[in-house]
Write a protein that binds this ligand. Structure first.
Ligand code: FES
Length: 168
């Protein structure tokens, strides 16, 4: 059996190198992940989520379409729910609006303010939007509702990334 003598200086040197390396790895890993993450997620923004809404059943009356999808954050998986207000405009073109109020983020509802019918209404601070999602002047929101990208697949509505409203 061989006998190794490690001097106090060597022991301290090995220990400090090991601890220093461990700490450096702990600091560098999040930085590397931060730099690489957008590349790994490059395709994520273009994903479309299937809804149970048949395109043929979309009418001129805005309807709330709910959807769920699985979100993976590192090792944590969660089920996320969302919704969109969907209808067909006068030209038969589908409009999919985000329900998130542009004032402070409450959820807008359709046609629930009796004194201002056929508008989107935010009960938090009485924000209002016309049917096309434009904010009504004189109410708290200062921007129109965001819009979903969408596509039709196998007869069903698929919702994509949210984008700023195209304007009136
Ligand atoms: S959050 Fe909608 S009006 Fe304030």
């Amino acid at each position: 059996m061989s006998k190794h003598n490690v001097s106090r200086r060597q022991f301290l040197s090995y220990t400090l190198t090991g601890v220093g390396g461990f700490m450096a790895a702990g600091m560098l890993m999040p930085m590397v992940r931060f730099a690489v993450d957008p590349v790994l997620k490059a395709g994520a923004g273009s994903d479309y989520i299937a809804t149970k809404q048949k395109v043929s059943e979309i009418t001129a009356e805005p309807k709330r379409v709910d959807f769920t999808f699985e979100q993976v954050d590192a090792w944590y998986k969660s089920e996320v729910t969302g919704s969109a207000w969907v209808y067909k405009d006068d030209n038969g073109k589908i409009v999919a609006l985000s329900p998130v109020c542009k004032h402070l983020g409450c959820t807008v509802d359709w046609n629930t303010d009796k004194s201002n019918p056929n508008q989107f209404f935010c009960p938090c601070h009485y924000g209002r939007y016309t049917k096309d999602g434009m904010n009504v002047e004189g109410t708290p929101p200062i921007a129109p509702l965001d819009m979903y990208d969408f596509k039709e697949k196998d007869g069903f509505l698929h919702l994509g990334p949210i984008k700023p409203h195209k304007g009136a």
